[in-house]
Structure formats: structure tokens, C-alpha cells
Ligand binder design. Structure first.
Ligand code: ADP
Ligand code: ZN
Length: 433
């Protein structure tokens, strides 16, 4: 099912006209209501009436995470805070959280884009939607919640944690859709095995997983062990929360709901827009929001866009799964490394579990990366010699994939801390050294 065929399957040229009109209106409103944007537009020498085509988007200034911190808390709001009905904050993966405000219309838009997301994952009003994203300031919980209700699903607001009880609820209530971070899905898999729940006794058919990078290997593991179809969903607080882009049944990229959020991919060094197919930093402009419409927000997420038609019938452009963010890129002895590249390699190796940690240390002036990865219980009972050979094999494969030498340490099953929200994969001990 497509939730809103009018917009999701719109003729791209018609949609471009709609986007330009909405963009011009948004810029005009910001120009009147937000002094910070008024100054930036003036500096860039651009007035609302200059926005005549989508190409004019590039004349607008970028907004960065630092700008949000500098104008904290209400400096970029386009309405007085009392006209808002809700606040959310980013999870602060990379520092002090930033907040976003929502007027009632924004909450409605959000519920719509989440309903589209659920439909992308094969959901309908008949589904029981088990929502294990955290409720609170984090956008995951309430975001999925309101969209699920709009869709007409039976929503179970489980939030994160107490995994055994979550499994019991899923069993008893016949949950058909699971929503959580991919790393928490792995925790659920683990716990189910531990307490002897056969995933076959669950009614799950689909999963909506996002909020952190994950690999194709993790997808396979989750799909196989929970017996569902796993869909990647994407979003960020500054733009609205989840519900910015979602993977349809074709699983060939995530459709961006660009009648609300215009995506661009830019060269992160020069700021120049890149054509479809080229990989760079994702940038979003909100063109329908009332309280907090952000202009050319630099997400720091790396992806590329695909504007070719999709077999599902939706015409909205697709973004490739996020391979990492510029700020979780590790620079090890001058080489750029994303944790997701390492995950990709690890999950292709027999005998390993999808639980790992990257420990960075500094020895003298040299950075050192140690990968700690859990072995499966069956492998763990092998002879020491075999384990050593496995360790050596991993070292070779990862080192050749990354182009730098890494250390590998196999650890016992269930020793790496399980995640209930976004997983913390990197432990950087270089500061202390
Ligand atoms: P924070 O930046 O503090 O983590 P958010 O909670 O708003 O703030 O999370 C948004 C970020 O989460 C995105 O910018 C992106 O880096 C990451 N993210 C969200 N969905 C996905 C996804 N499907 N794949 C990879 N990364 C994702
Ligand atoms: Zn599609």
C-alpha cells in the first residue's frame, strides 16, 4: 500500500513546481520571523522573490549543528514558543543536544510521513505495531507512535528496555511490526534465544529499523532470526525526527519525502552540490514546517541520491543507506575509516556474532585500533588453536579492506554491552593517553 499516492507518486516536474513554491513561502516567512535567517539571507544577497527554480536553493546559506547551539534554545523558531505544542531534542550522540519545536501542524505532517514510512514497510491499519524506540525527548518513540495511530495500527508503546517483557508482550498481543534501532533488534534476538522463545511463535512480519547505521549483514541476521522483513528508516530531530525517508519493498534505497524535505548531496569540503549518484554529505531544507523549518541543514551523514523511477511506483528520490556520518569517521594513521565498513567485513565471517566494539588507543604518537568482537557459543568451544587462526583471519581481512593494520580480539559470547537505543561502538581512549 502507498499511503499518499498523490504526493508519493507525483510527476517529478509537477513536484518540483510545488517544491519551489513551498520553498519561496518558507524563505519569506523566515525572512520576517527569524532575525538570524534574515541576516544570513541578506549576507548571501538573496531575497524570497529570487527563489524561482530549485537551482536557486544553492544560493541559500547552510545551517549547521553549531548554528543550532549558538541560537539555543529558541533562536531559529519561526513562531513564538507558546505557539508550539511540543519540544524534542537530538540524542546528543556528538555533544550537547539541540532542540526542535513543533507546532500542531508540524505534528500532523510528522504523523503523515510516519504513516508513509509504515506503509513503505508493508504496514496497514490491520497491524499491531510494537514500538520499542525510546519515548521521551528522543524523537523515535513519539514519532512512530503518532504515525502508527494515524495509520490505524494498534500501537504498543513499549519504549526501550526490559527486553523479556517486550518479548512477552509481542507474543501475547500478536505484534506484526517491530520498531526499534537495529542494535536493539539484535538485543531482542539474543534475549529471545536466551529465554528460549522461538521467533517462529511470534507474529512479526516487518521491522522498521533506523536511528543508527547498520549493514546488509545485520539486516540478514535480523531477518533470519526474527522471521521478518527488515526496512531501513531514516530521520533526524533537526528536520523532524524519523519519517524523513524510508525503504519500500524494493529495498533499493530509502524514498525521501521531498514534498516536505528537499534533499541535496554536497561535497563536504567545498559545499558544492553534487549530481545524483555521487556520494557526499546529505543536506535538508524543510518546506512545509511551521515552527522550525530549517534551511539547508548539514546532516554530516554520507550518502548519494538516486532519482531513477522505483519499481514500487513511488516517484520520490531514493537515498542510499547511510554509510556513516562525517563525525563518526575515524582517522587512523591518516586513513579514513567508518565503523560501518568494519561491520560489513565482520558480518561476512563465519563464527562471529554481530556484536563488536572499536577501541582506539594511542601508543606514542601512533593511533591503534582494536576490534573486539564476540564469537558464537559454538565457535567459542573450539580449540584455542582454531580461535587463534580465526583471529588472524579477521585481522587480515579487515586490514586489507581498510588499508591499515588493526588488532583483533575475540571475546566471549555476551560480554559486549547490549544496546537498548543507539549502540555505542567506538571507545576512544586517545585523549587520556
Ligand atoms: P543525534 O545526532 O544526536 O544522534 P538524532 O537522534 O536526531 O540525533 O539522530 C539523527 C541521526 O541518526 C542522523 O543524522 C543519522 O546520523 C542517524 N540515523 C538516523 N537514521 C539512520 C539510518 N537509518 N541509518 C543510519 N543512520 C541513521
Ligand atoms: Zn520504491
Amino acid at each position: 500500500m502507498i499511503w499518499d499516492p498523490f504526493y508519493e507518486c507525483m510527476d517529478p516536474e509537477e513536484r518540483a513546481e510545488l517544491q519551489v513554491r513551498r520553498l519561496r513561502e518558507t524563505v519569506a516567512r523566515l525572512n520576517v520571523n527569524v532575525p538570524w535567517y534574515r541576516d544570513r539571507f541578506a549576507e548571501a544577497g538573496v531575497a524570497p522573490e529570487d527563489i524561482r527554480s530549485l537551482d536557486d536553493l544553492r544560493r541559500l546559506p547552510f545551517t549547521t549543528k553549531d548554528d543550532l547551539r549558538d541560537t539555543y534554545p529558541f533562536g531559529l523558531f519561526a513562531v513564538p514558543p507558546e505557539e508550539c505544542v511540543r519540544i524534542h531534542a537530538s540524542s546528543g550522540t556528538t555533544g550537547k543536544p539541540v532542540i526542535a519545536g513543533y507546532a500542531r501542524e508540524d505534528i500532523n505532517i510528522w504523523a503523515e510521513t510516519i504513516a508513509r514510512t509504515i506503509a513503505c514497510g508493508g504496514g496497514s491499519s490491520h497491524d499491531v505495531l510494537h514500538n520499542a524506540y525510546g519515548y521521551g525527548l528522543f524523537t523515535g518513540g513519539l514519532g512512530l507512535h503518532y504515525g502508527g495511530e494515524l495509520m490505524g495500527c494498534l500501537v504498543i508503546p513499549a519504549s526501550g528496555g526490559n527486553t523479556e517483557r517486550q518479548l512477552m508482550l509481542m507474543q501475547d498481543l500478536g505484534s506484526t511490526i517491530l520498531c526499534c534501532t537495529p542494535s536493539y533488534a539484535l538485543t531482542i534476538v539474543d534475549t529471545a534465544e536466551e529465554i528460549g522463545i522461538d521467533p517462529g511463535t511470534l507474529s512479526l512480519k516487518s521491522g522498521l529499523f533506523g536511528a543508527e547505521p547498520w549493514s546488509e549483514g545485520t539486516r540478514e541476521t535480523i531477518e533470519e532470526r526474527l522471521g521478518l522483513s527488515a526496512h531501513d528508516i531514516y530521520g533526524l530531530t533537526e528536520v523532524i525526527g524519523p519519517g524523513v525517508a524510508a525503504e519500500c519493498e524494493a529495498k533499493a534505497g530509502l524514498h525521501v519525502f521531498d514534498d516536505h524535505f528537499i534533499p541535496e548531496v554536497i561535497d563536504p569540503d567545498t559545499g558544492e552540490p553534487l549530481p545524483p549518484g555521487e556520494s557526499g554529505e546529505l543536506v535538508f531544507t524543510c518546506i512545509t514546517k511551521r515552527a522550525f523549518p530549517i534551511i539547508r541543514f548539514r546532516t554530516r551523514d554520507i550518502t548519494r541520491l538516486d532519482v531513477e523511477p522505483c519499481e514500487c511506483g513511488r516517484t520520490q528520490p531514493r537515498m542510499e543507506r547511510i554509510t556513516g556520518r562525517t563525525d563518526d569517521m575515524l582517522i587512523i594513521r591518516g586513513v579514513n575509516v567508518f565503523p560501518s565498513q568494519i561491520e560489513e567485513v565482520l558480518l561476512q565471517i563465519e563464527g562471529l556474532e554481530p556484536h563488536y566494539q572499536l577501541v582506539l588507543t594511542r601508543e606514542g604518537r601512533l593511533d591503534n585500533l582494536r576490534i573486539e568482537v564476540e564469537v558464537s557459543p559454538a565457535t567459542f568451544s573450539d580449540e584455542v588453536r582454531k580461535l587463534e587462526a580465526l583471529e588472524e583471519g579477521i585481522r587480515e581481512r579487515v586490514s586489507s579492506a581498510l588499508g591499515i593494520r588493526v588488532d583483533v580480539k575475540l571475546v566471549e559470547p555476551k560480554t559486549i554491552e547490549r544496546s537498548i537505543g543507539k549502540a555505542k561502538r567506538v571507545i576512544d581512549m586517545r585523549e587520556e593517553a
